[in-house]
Design a protein around this ligand. Structure first.
Ligand code: SF4
Length: 322
């Protein structure tokens, strides 16, 4: 299998691709360390030592009409999270300012719900205008299944990336959400592209999907030419439909991250939610193709310390300027 891994690496580095069946074969390898080291070599070849840092704030929390089984903000779940209609402008501004000062590249307002109304979007745009006045942090957005005119408005005020996770494979999605469809998400991604926004899209692993379905997701993202791919590890929050889901094994997690790099060689493969579940594995994953991270707090859960994160990424040879 080592020879096969090396052969595929050579092909990828020469501008070729790994195909679906080969990916499934590699997932079965017992040479996991070699697979991870090779993913690291592919990362170095395509993206060098650059490491991208992004941050988010929950701009509208909870009371969501959708039934995503993993989500603490769904009104189908009973999770005791704090709910609010829109974040206080000063609170968002403080967080953007703090992240900018620490050297974080991107800051995104994220809203719960299937979408946002035009009126709500205008309120959110006011917050972005304040952030733009005070910082030079890249501004991004994650607001669900927006319409084209809303996405255009975001582009016009300087939003760079629109975030819309596919979450899982097309074949598994109906098992974890039935109030909207995979095609709804792909439609939003395509509309965002049409108005000139770049896309950030990834998923959550550990929701009961198979390794093959994770590979399916990696290929969906490749086909959509996504260059920022957050990989979340399921945090089975009490009160959600997935609260009793068993965790993935370390090897499954390592293989998944490495394969996302093989399949999407020049993308930012990003640590996202669930980082506290994989703290013991982070250093290995940072040597298995990861080159980006969501830092600071998450939407409804506390994250890791940003300074400690930056210290760790630096110690492993990453840099933060292109
Ligand atoms: S993931 Fe988004 S759309 Fe789904 S329940 Fe949570 S907030 Fe709503």
């Amino acid at each position: 299998m080592k020879e096969k891994i090396d052969l595929i690496k050579k092909r990828i580095i020469n501008g070729g691709n790994i195909v679906f069946e080969e990916s499934l074969e590699l997932c079965k390898t017992t040479e996991i360390e070699h697979l991870c080291n090779t993913a690291n070599d592919i990362r170095k070849h395509f993206t060098g030592s650059y490491f991208n840092l992004c941050s988010i704030v929950n701009a509208k929390s909870g009371k969501c009409s959708e039934n995503c089984k993993w989500c603490s903000q769904s009104s189908f779940h009973n999770t005791n999270i704090e709910t609010y209609n829109i974040i206080d402008k000063n609170e968002a501004l403080t967080q953007a300012r703090n992240n900018f000062k620490k050297g974080v590249h991107k800051f995104s307002l994220v809203t719960s719900g299937k979408s946002v109304s035009d009126e709500k979007l205008d309120e959110l745009i006011e917050i972005y205008q304040e952030i733009k006045k005070e910082t030079n942090i890249e501004i991004d957005a994650s607001m669900g299944l927006l319409k084209k005119h809303q996405l255009r408005k975001l582009k016009e005020i300087g939003i760079k990336h629109y975030h819309c996770n596919l979450e899982t494979s097309r074949s598994y999605f109906p098992k974890v959400c039935t109030t909207h469809t995979y095609d709804d998400k792909i439609k939003t991604i395509n509309l965002a592209k049409e108005v000139g926004l770049e896309i950030c899209s990834g998923g959550i692993i550990g929701m009961g999907e198979t390794m093959e379905q994770r590979i399916e997701l990696a290929f969906e993202l490749k086909n959509l030419k996504i260059k920022s791919i957050p990989i979340n590890i399921l945090n089975p929050i009490k009160g959600t439909a997935l609260e009793k889901t068993a965790p993935l094994s370390d090897n499954e997690i390592l293989i998944t991250f490495a394969m996302f790099r093989f399949i999407n060689p020049d993308a930012q493969i990003r640590f996202a939610g669930g980082r506290l579940q994989i703290e013991h594995l982070e250093e290995k994953l940072l040597k298995s193709g990861v080159n980006a991270a969501l830092v600071g707090n998450l939407l409804t859960t506390v994250g890791k310390n940003i300074d400690e994160d930056i210290e760790q990424f630096t110690r492993l040879g990453f840099t933060f300027k292109i």
